[in-house]
Design a protein around this ligand. Structure first.
Ligand code: 7PM
Length: 291
């Protein structure tokens, strides 16, 4: 369904965000087993809940829960392991007052997470796995949001000499094709967000071109999510700095993204990014009101 200008918003399960409000900060919550603890699943769940509580205190708008590392070259996590990591965290956090996003491409994880109370599914595969579109179009998915991300090739091979004739045009064409498929399945535009997938089958120059041209990702006026935090393009700009020393660069990149129309920035450093986005918003509005 097409939206009229008066009703433009991003529906994120139980939550609804007007697109003319301050851009949102999505905090990254990795749920990975702690190799130094013998507490197993409970230890990883409890550590994730503590990290989420810290991000909430820092002003996070959306919590993005991920159980599988999509690190370039990494192997896939078995379904049962991903479910065992992610679902207890959704159950523990569903009453936290913030929308819960699940970073997954597996339809079984989507369905289980939505049944457990997740509000948004963030899919690095852009809902291309068999059954993913159907999982999101099912009545059980309710009004859950979707983040449709572009990736060239797959996490194992994507960083082996990425090539495009026109990176911005090719990423936009991919996102347009996915929007068409999701609409045809009956999913409302209000549930959709788009993401060029920084670092997913792209060189640093591809990523910088996509960031510079970010307004071209806002197809049909849909909200754009940008995930640049601590990524290797920032390391390349800084002469090979490691991820923990890319925080100022990450904040600068987040401000560049919101300046170019991003509605959601996905970040590790919530406190600093919230301050930066509020400051950008106040300057944009020439007013401190409701920063
Ligand atoms: C290693 C490399 C570990 C890359 C983790 C990553 C995005 C995402 C990720 C993004 C959306 C990271 C990435 N990145 N989901 N999931 N957009 N929508 O740096 O850019 O967190 S994983």
């Amino acid at each position: 369904m097409q939206q009229t200008p008066q009703t433009r918003y991003f529906q994120c399960g139980r939550f609804r965000f007007a697109l003319d409000q301050r851009p949102l900060v999505m905090g990254i919550l990795n749920v990975t087993p702690d190799s130094f603890s013998d507490g197993g699943q409970h230890a990883s769940r409890d550590a994730a809940v503590r990290h989420a509580e810290q991000m909430i205190a820092e002003g996070v708008d959306i919590i993005d829960i991920g159980g599988e590392s999509s690190r370039p070259g990494s192997a896939a996590l078995p379904l049962e392991d991903e479910l065992a990591r992610v679902i207890p965290v959704v159950e523990a956090l569903r009453g936290c007052g913030k929308p819960l996003s699940i970073d997954t491409y597996k339809p079984e994880v989507m369905r289980a997470a939505l049944a457990a109370g997740a509000d948004l599914i963030n899919d690095i595969w852009g809902f291309r796995m068999p059954g993913a579109v159907e999982a999101m179009a099912a009545p059980e998915a309710g009004q859950a949001g979707l983040c449709v991300m572009h990736m060239q090739r797959d996490p194992q091979t994507m960083q082996e000499d990425p090539h495009y004739d026109d990176v911005v045009g090719e990423v936009a064409d991919f996102l347009a094709e996915r929007i068409a498929v999701l609409r045809a399945a009956g999913i409302d535009d209000a549930r959709l967000s788009l993401d060029p997938g920084f670092g997913f089958g792209k060189t640093p120059d591809h990523n910088l071109r996509l960031l510079g041209q970010l307004p071209r990702m806002a197809l049909e006026g849909l909200p754009v999510l940008a995930g640049i935090s601590r990524k290797s393009t920032l390391g390349a700009i800084l002469g090979g700095r490691p991820p923990q020393q890319r925080i100022a660069a990450s904040i600068a990149a987040a401000v560049c993204a919101v300046e170019r129309g991003a509605f959601i920035v996905r970040v590790h450093d919530v406190e600093q990014t919230v301050d930066a986005v509020k400051t950008w918003w106040a300057v944009r509005n020439e007013s401190v009101t409701a920063a």
